[in-house]
Design a protein around this ligand. Sequence first.
Ligand code: NDP
Ligand code: 2IT
Length: 446
Amino acid sequence: MSKQFVDYILAQVTARNPGEVEFHQAVREVAESVAVVIDKNPAFAKGKVLERMVEPERQIMFRVPWMDDKGEVQINRGFRVQFSSAIGPYKGGLRFHPSVYLGIIKFLGFEQIFKNALTTTPIGGGKGGSDFDPKGKSDNEVMRFCQSFMGELFRHVGADTDVPAGDIGVGGREVGYMFGQYKKLTNSFTGVLTGKGLDFGGSLVRTEATGYGMVYFTTRMLEDRKTSWKGRTVVISGSGNVAIYGIQKCQQLGANVVACSDSNGYIVDEAGIDLDTVKRIKEVERGRIKEYVQAHPKAKYFEGCSGIWTVPCDVALPSATQNELDGEAAKILVKNGCIAVAEGANMPSTPEAVDIFHEAGVSFGPAKAANAGGVATSALEMSQNSMRLNWPFEEVDARLNQIMNAIYDQCVEAAEAYGMKGNLVAGANIAGFLKVAKAMQAQGLV
Ligand code: NDP
Ligand code: 2IT
C-alpha cells in the first residue's frame, strides 16, 4: 500500500509540475515517510490531505525590471509561493541566485511547511526569490533591484499574511532595502520581513540562529551516541550565513573546524579555520574563499566544491546548497569514520547519500529539523515586533536552544511511534505532517 501511495502521489506531482525535479525530490521524501501515517489514519486519506499539501495555496510570478550602473535595463523574474497557511501566516526566505526557477522555490516552500510546523511556533510555509545574481553588483544595483522586487511583492505580503526573510543571496543588506520600500509603499512600519537590522525591529540572534541551531541539534545527536563536540574534527561546506555561525558555535563548544567552501572551491586549515578571516572575506569584502590562504599560508585551497567531503572528519555539516553531497561523497565520509551529518542547507544530501548514512549507522539530522533554528528565530522576531519589545541576546539564544531540543524530541518520538526508531528523516516528516494535517482537517476544505 505504501509504495503504491507514493507512486500515485509522485505520478500526480510530476504530471502537474513537469521539469520541477527538486520539487519532485522533496515530495517523494515526505510521501515515503508519511505513507504509513496516512495508512493508519483513514481520515487523512479521505480528506486527501497530502494531495492538498503538494498544491500551493497560491503562487506568484512577476517581472522585476531594474537599471544597472551603466544605464542598461535588466529584467529578472520574481517568485513567491504561498504554500500553506494551515498553522500561521506564510513564512519563509527569499533566495536570489541565478539558478532560481519555480521548481527550486517550490521545493523550498514545500520543505518549509513541515520545518515551520516542527519549530513549535505558529507559522505557515512559503518561499520566494529571483534569478537575480547579487554577485559583482554594486550596492546601488542591489538596492534598485530590491526596490523593484518589492514594488510588486508588497501587494502579496504583510505581517499577518506572509513574512519573507533571507536565504542564499539575501542577507541584512537586501532585507533592509526591501523593508524600506515596503514601508514607503504601504506607509506602515510592521514586521513584514524578518532578519531586519537591529535598529529597526530585527531580533538579536537571528543572524546566528541557523548555524547555532544546527549545532544545538547536532549536540543531541552526539549525546545519543554518548559523545560530545570536544576535540571533534568538523567539515562545513559553504561560507555564508549558515556556515559562518555554524563554525562559530562548533568552535565555542570545543570542536576543530578544518574546512569550508564557496561555489568555486574549498579551503583546508588543519590548525582550525580562523573565523575572523572568513568573516572579513565573506561578510565585509564579499570576496572568494580562496583569499583565505593569503592570510594563512599553511592552509590549502582546492578548486571545485565536492572535494570537501574527502577531508577526513567526525562530523559533516553541509551548509551551502541542495544536492551538494551525493552517494559517492557519502561513501567517502563513511569510509573516513564520520559519525554524524546534520544539514544546515536545504536538501543538501541526495537520497542516495541519506540511504548510505542510514545503512552505515551514521547519525543523520535532516534539514527540516537541523536548520529550523533560523526560521524559528524569525518567528521570535515576529513575536517581539508584535509586542514592540526587544529581548536580550541570552533570552533569544535560550529560546532557540529550547526549540532545537523540542524539535529533536519530536523527531525521535514520531520515528519511534511509527516503527522507525532512530530515523530522524522519517521522524521530522511525520511530526511536521501530523501537525499541519490536523490543522487542515479542523479548518475544513479551504
Ligand atoms: P549565503 O548566501 O549566505 O551563503 C551561501 C553559501 O553557499 C556561499 O558560500 C555560496 O558560495 C555557497 N553556494 C551557494 N550556491 C552554491 C552552489 N550552487 N554550489 C556550491 N556552493 C554554493 O546563504 P545561506 O548561508 O543563508 O544559505 C545556505 C543554505 O542554508 C541554503 O541551502 C539555504 O536555503 C539554507 N538555509 C538558510 C537559512 C538562513 O537563515 N539563512 C535557514 C535555513 C536554511 P558562493 O558565495 O560562491 O555563491
Ligand atoms: O530555509 C529557511 O528556513 C530560511 N531561509 C529562513 C526562513 C525565515 O523565514 O527565516
